[in-house]
Write a protein that binds this ligand. Structure first.
Ligand SMILES: *[C@@H]1O[C@H](CO)[C@@H](O)[C@H](O)[C@H]1NC(C)=O
Ligand SMILES: *[C@@H]1O[C@H](CO)[C@@H](O)[C@H](O)[C@H]1NC(C)=O
Ligand SMILES: *[C@@H]1O[C@H](CO)[C@@H](O)[C@H](O)[C@H]1NC(C)=O
Ligand SMILES: *[C@@H]1O[C@H](CO)[C@@H](O)[C@H](O)[C@H]1NC(C)=O
Ligand SMILES: *[C@@H]1O[C@H](CO)[C@@H](O)[C@H](O)[C@H]1NC(C)=O
Length: 355
């Protein structure tokens, strides 16, 4: 009976969502979030605003009453109310997930569903294997049952079953587990992807923290309009560039885009007319733009464990930079001149006094 009630409440809330009364947020643990009360004017309105939080059908907790954060509530130090009555939560935790209700006397209640995504990792076992767990937290488990939480490697390939470097352990309710080998010589990254309603809602990247700099990572800086040659530092079991693959992502947290597949420039690449695979399997990009900045990863055969990363940064505002250097030089010359004049004046005065 309670189940049925809960489901109908959920359905009602979801229908309301379609009408623009409910917002669903999918955030990473540790992020700051703003929960909007949809009030964009008058600041003194907030004195009649209450914010409530509830989870798992437990009674709601009052976080904000009469426009003030309740100091007794857990995590109150991370809460604040903005001038438009939005609730700000800093550095969110899994316990912050749930439904937030903004109540105002003269307005209908407004609900915001906050869902959080986080990765935890076990310490390495004797074989250097680490278990990664990607967890989704929401109002209850329903959001997890409706979501797919899966993993991708930095080549953008979904990790299912078992490979040389990983073993997918599946998704149970709100947790998706992946076992990976932890090796300092391999600069691997794994992204946990949250997929719901036919779209990616959010993703988090797990990067093992090794202190040493990996020999397979390269950083390049170029100006707009330059040509750049990105070397492929992946170890190869093949002697030919017909096996080389390149992917691009704007940031390590972003989805990867295919650039080169088995030695051939991919026609779907946004920069297809400016790309070429050179000798040594390096990726040549001509006439680079701001949009080319990001991480480029290459590898040879899909079974090879080694990847090479190149971080490309685009230098901007060179004229302004030059102007500062020139401006600085001019100021120095003027100051030196003034110094010489001052010294001469002093000298002259001393001489006149002496006489
Ligand atoms: C926000 O308020 C405006 C009117 O003030 C209303 O039209 C709109 O539907 C509201 N949005 C949500 C998400 O409740
Ligand atoms: C309310 O203020 C917050 C932070 O000051 C801002 O992020 C948000 O967009 C504002 N919302 C509205 C509805 O004006
Ligand atoms: C965020 O919270 C975590 C614990 O949940 C804490 O370890 C971390 O230091 C906090 N970060 C900031 C910037 O306050
Ligand atoms: C790439 O290089 C090959 C030969 O090195 C050349 O035939 C081809 O036209 C080049 N492609 C582009 C887009 O410039
Ligand atoms: C380089 O790209 C810019 C646009 O980003 C274009 O205007 C210019 O003509 C290109 N130059 C060459 C040499 O292709």
């Amino acid at each position: 009976m309670t189940q049925l009630l809960l489901i109908s409440v959920m359905l009602m809330l979801q229908v309301k969502g379609i009408q623009g009364q409910t917002e669903h947020l999918y955030k990473k643990l540790g992020e700051d979030v703003v929960l909007s009360c949809n009030i964009s004017f008058s600041t003194n309105l907030c004195s009649s605003v209450n914010w409530l939080h509830s989870r798992n059908a437990n009674p709601a907790t009052e976080l904000v009453y009469g426009g003030r954060v309740r100091l007794g509530s857990a995590g109150a130090s991370r809460l604040s109310l903005s001038r438009n009555c939005s609730l700000l939560i800093r550095n969110i935790t899994a316990e912050d997930a749930g439904i937030y209700t903004c109540r105002h006397k003269t307005r209908p209640n407004l609900n915001v569903f906050l869902n959080t995504l986080g990765i935890t990792s076990s310490s390495p076992d004797d074989n250097g294997r680490v278990i990664l767990q990607c967890s989704l937290s929401g109002y209850d488990n329903v959001v997890c049952q409706q979501s797919s939480i899966f993993w991708k490697n930095k080549r953008g390939i979904v990790l299912l079953g078992k490979g040389a470097e990983f073993e997918y352990r599946g998704q149970t309710n709100c947790v998706s587990a992946l076992a990976v080998k932890h090796r300092s010589e391999n600069n691997q990254r794994y992204s946990c992807i949250l997929f719901k309603d036919n779209e990616v809602k959010n993703s988090i990247v797990y990067k093992p923290l090794f202190t040493g700099v990996s020999g397979q990572t390269e950083h390049l800086h170029r100006g707009v309009g330059d040509d750049v040659l990105l070397p492929c530092r992946a170890k190869s079991s093949s002697s030919s560039c017909s096996d080389v693959n390149w992917v691009y992502s704007r940031d390590v947290d972003d989805e990867v885009e295919l650039q080169v597949r088995r030695g051939k420039v991919d026609q779907s690449s946004a920069r297809v007319s400016r790309l070429n695979v050179s000798r040594n399997c390096a990726l040549l990009i001509r006439n680079i733009t701001d949009e080319d900045a990001g991480v480029y990863t290459c590898w040879f055969k899909d079974t090879d464990e080694s990847d090479g990363d190149v971080y490309l940064s685009i230098l901007k505002n060179l004229p302004v930079h030059n102007f500062i250097i020139i401006g600085g030089a001019v100021v120095k010359v003027v100051l030196m001149f003034l110094g010489v004049v001052a010294a001469l004046v002093c000298l002259c005065r001393k001489r006149t006094k002496g006489n």
